[in-house]
Design a protein around this ligand. Structure first.
Ligand SMILES: O=P(O)(O)OC[C@H]1O[C@](O)(CO)[C@@H](O)[C@@H]1O
Length: 269
């Protein structure tokens, strides 16, 4: 794992968006693995801005999202297909037929999961997989104790996830669908590059377990320690539980784009 700690989520978003844009510029026919969640919103905002300002061509890009709630059709306001449309797909020149999100309304969710896995393989596998980290350590919707070798499948969501994601459902955990289709941890590990993004003090403890703890199905994000090309971007709050943070590299100081958004220094002694 390579770790970069930024001072705040704004810098994290700049770096993550740049990595995605550079991937597309370097390989216009890239297959991107995409994630949803609050952490990703600033990243997609920045990526859309970069695409508009500097002209990133998504015309030949293929995307595969990590997961979708079972029971929600793509047009549902809380579906991840809808999230992706709102935050990215509607704002860049991605071909709709090349954007893939599991169909949460498929009549046979197990068959949909198996077909999704096959479509990833047919596309040649994922070049760069973007990932968030759940407060309980999940990646995608691979909840604690998911097999590290798991494939795309239907899962039951943990109570902690229902609570964490309730905000999108009017704050009521009982309205969050209890099942989802998710890429497996094993599927995720097959991506050629992985980029995990973690921000906020609430994730400090789980980030430390994922990055520095033992690799364990109890913390699915820890499986990324086995990935040969994994970059983790954290803000200072999420990194505050890391034992090794003083040794970790920064790429801030001489980077004009990052220096430009340096927050103002607080007045102090
Ligand atoms: O960024 P958040 O909202 O904390 O979510 C963490 C992760 O959990 C998920 O909601 C489950 O896939 C992801 O979409 C996200 O990356």
């Amino acid at each position: 794992m390579k770790i970069i700690i930024c001072p705040d989520p704004a810098h994290v978003a700049v770096l993550a968006a740049r990595l995605l844009a550079d991937q597309v510029r370097g390989r216009p026919e890239s297959v991107l693995g995409l994630a949803t969640g609050r952490t990703m919103e600033a990243i997609y905002r920045r990526l859309v801005g970069t695409a508009r300002a500097d002209g990133v061509d998504f015309g030949a890009v293929t995307t595969f999202n990590l997961d979708e709630y079972v029971g929600l059709p793509g047009g549902h306001a809380q579906s991840y297909r809808h999230y992706m449309h709102a935050h990215l797909f509607a704002h860049v020149d991605l071909a709709p037929e090349r954007t893939h999100v599991p169909d949460g309304a498929a009549p046979d969710a197990d068959a949909e999961a198996a077909g999704y896995e096959a479509r990833i393989a047919q596309a040649g596998g994922i070049d760069l997989q973007l990932l968030g980290l759940g407060e309980n350590g999940h990646i995608g919707f691979n909840e604690p104790l998911s097999a590290l070798a798991s494939r795309t499948r239907v899962v039951t969501l943990a109570q902690a996830t229902l609570a964490q994601n309730a905000g999108m459902f009017g704050g009521d955990p009982s309205r969050v669908p209890t099942r989802a289709i998710t890429m497996g941890t094993g599927t995720i590990l097959e991506a050629r590059r992985t980029l995990m993004v973690v921000t906020g003090a609430r994730k400090a403890a789980i980030a430390a377990r994922a990055i520095e703890g033992p690799v364990s199905a109890a913390v699915p994000g820890s499986a990324l320690q086995f990935h040969p090309d994994c970059l983790v971007l954290l803000d200072a709050a999420a990194a505050s539980g890391l034992a090794q943070r003083d040794a970790i590299e920064w790429q801030m100081r001489h980077d004009p784009e990052l220096v430009a958004i340096q927050p103002a220094r607080s007045a102090g002694p």
